[in-house]
Design a protein around this ligand. Sequence first.
Ligand code: FAD
Ligand code: FES
Length: 249
Amino acid sequence: MLEDTRVVSLDRLNDTTYSLTLRAPKIAAAARAGQLAHVTCPGFLLRRPFGICDADAAEGTIRVCFEVRGDGTEALAKVNAGDVLSVNGAVGHGFEDIKGRRVLFVGGGIGIFPLLYAARFAGVATAALCFRDKSRVVLAPDFAKVCKEIFLATDDGSLGFHGYAADLVNELIATHEYDCVCVCGPKIMMKTVSEVALGAGLDCYVSLEERMGCGVGACLACVCQTMLGQKRVCIDGPVFDAKEVRWDA
Ligand SMILES: Cc1cc2nc3c(=O)[nH]c(=O)nc-3n(C[C@H](O)[C@H](O)[C@H](O)COP(=O)(O)OP(=O)(O)OC[C@H]3O[C@@H](n4cnc5c(N)ncnc54)[C@H](O)[C@@H]3O)c2cc1C
Ligand code: FES
């Protein structure tokens, strides 16, 4: 649904990353784990997609966190409290099958954002949050509030586990009990983590990222290849069963 939302606050998380809270009562009431908000960036016609990082139906607010990548997100990083932003949300197929289950959430970089809200829907949530180095680590205290355990990993070993997400997940699966694994991050990370999870006999769901145009299923800009044919990340996804994804396509 389309909603004219109002900026409540914009907070800087590190040199390039921001947390944006919007007053959006209708979207907050409807938002489910892993869904998207398509946010208008001031001065741009096409909305930009962001995972819903949190939603509070009682407060009527949603939160998205974003990294400045280009002109649209740069403009978004300059909004002020009270500004009105048109948002289409909550859209897409999210993490549907996690209620009551022991879920290992694995996020890499900006891929951690939708996992924070998703963790609220799990029976027992554990988070493995993976970053390039310790200067990129954000939202760890927020995850600690909604997860039973959190594990940090950095590619360069500057904080937490030294290594890639798949290696950490391999260790965690060998030493803990999980029912399924939910992954969001760079494609190579999702591919390798899903191979580990599926190899261990666990269900695995991945949140894919493709460049988007319309965000409503009409333009086919966001098509990805699956075992069931072409799918649109904006409305058929962003979350897919890892078994269905064709990583080589
Ligand atoms: C399903 C989905 C969920 C997302 N969730 C988040 C989120 O929670 N937080 C967040 O910070 N970002 C998220 N993104 C990425 C975010 O939408 C883009 O960074 C943003 O649209 C860039 O807009 P821009 O105008 O600043 O940059 P542009 O000028 O549009 O692009 C800047 C650079 O980034 C590249 N780029 C833009 N979009 C993508 C993309 N989708 N995949 C790969 N490269 C891209 C462009 O090719 C270009 O090189 C998500 C994207 C998708 C598809
Ligand atoms: S962005 Fe247009 S169909 Fe998905």
